[in-house]
Design a protein. Sequence first.
Length: 417
Amino acid sequence: MRILHVIHQYLPDAIGGTEVSTHSLSRELQARGHAVAVFCPVPGQAPGLARDSYEGVPVYRAGATWRDALGRVRASFGDRALEAAFAQALDDFRPDVVHFQHLMGLPLALVEQAERAGAARVFTLHDYWVICPNAQLVTNYDRAVCSGPKLWLNCARCAAARIDRPLLLVAAPAVATLLAVRSRGVRRALDRMNALIALSAFMRDLAGAHGLPANKVHLIEQGVQIEPVCRQEPGPSSPVRFIYLGGLAWQKGVHVIVQACRDLDPAQATLTIYGDPRPFPDYVRRLQAEAGPAVRFAGRLERHQVAAALAAGDMLLVPSLWYENSPAVILEAMACGLPVAASALGALAGRVRDGVDGLLLPPGDVAAWRRALTDLALHPERIAQLRRGIRPVRTLAEQVAEMEALYATVVREVERR
């Protein structure tokens, strides 16, 4: 099959869960004999289509004139340059399947273009963008988990906070109307999809609760490439080594574990934080100011460094304050023998079994996290016990085998029409 992935941003310019997942899927599909390419916008680049490759995956990079959050929203309603670039990519690659990984900052019309080109259409629900314009179901104005749009007025308030324009609240009804129109456009685009993919049962259930067609939603859970990295020690080290690996953004809750570890004795436990400091420098400066002597900021990791960094730790911390969908880092950690302490929130509660292969802790509760991490630092044998509860993780090969089967089904469906 010929498979074209469409995504809102791509490696190496952006390194996040959706980008890494798309790249891993592309590489595995190539290894199985499929022709694969990626289409993505490049903000601030002149209109047109450039072709390159990343680690053997061909990439079509389309110039996008927008540079900010407002521009990304406007692009959903139409962007002639991006639509023309996508038409070129379709004509050049001639895909059997167009797999839309994310449509943020891209015209919704791309879905219709793929349909007219005779390609099957698949969409993965990596986050909550089809429900929430903010994509994360967490508010920008009070940083609380959100249950979804309420006549879109709360979304208008969130938009004003997102772009730091409080005067926009005066026009809240108009902004709410615009976001409602966007939502209808998103639903029409989803109606044109042959299949929707949920990476977790939590996402599948939430999608159904918000009216997405249950007959189109397929649960294909995340898998990871198992790296040949072995632990040198049979048990936890001394001091105990806690690891955080991910985005340095407030919704990730990094401040929770920085504060929880502030008074740790470095002779008993340390916290190493891996993440890119550039996207949110003010937040990172706050973290550095709050950190105690047991906390170390180790910067951004390249993908090939992740397994070794995890294998050098004793426990992964995932203190998220939003509904994480399917963070691959949990599976990667468990594949390296690390139990996980995570917020009891969203899909995380389905990934970690409390007291068996990790701990589930109250999101945002610094005192609870401090008690738990201090206890583990004083009793490292409890980490060893949790490690023994880790089950074999789902592999990328298992995930891709299910994906291949779904691709074949939707291609046959299109051919019959």
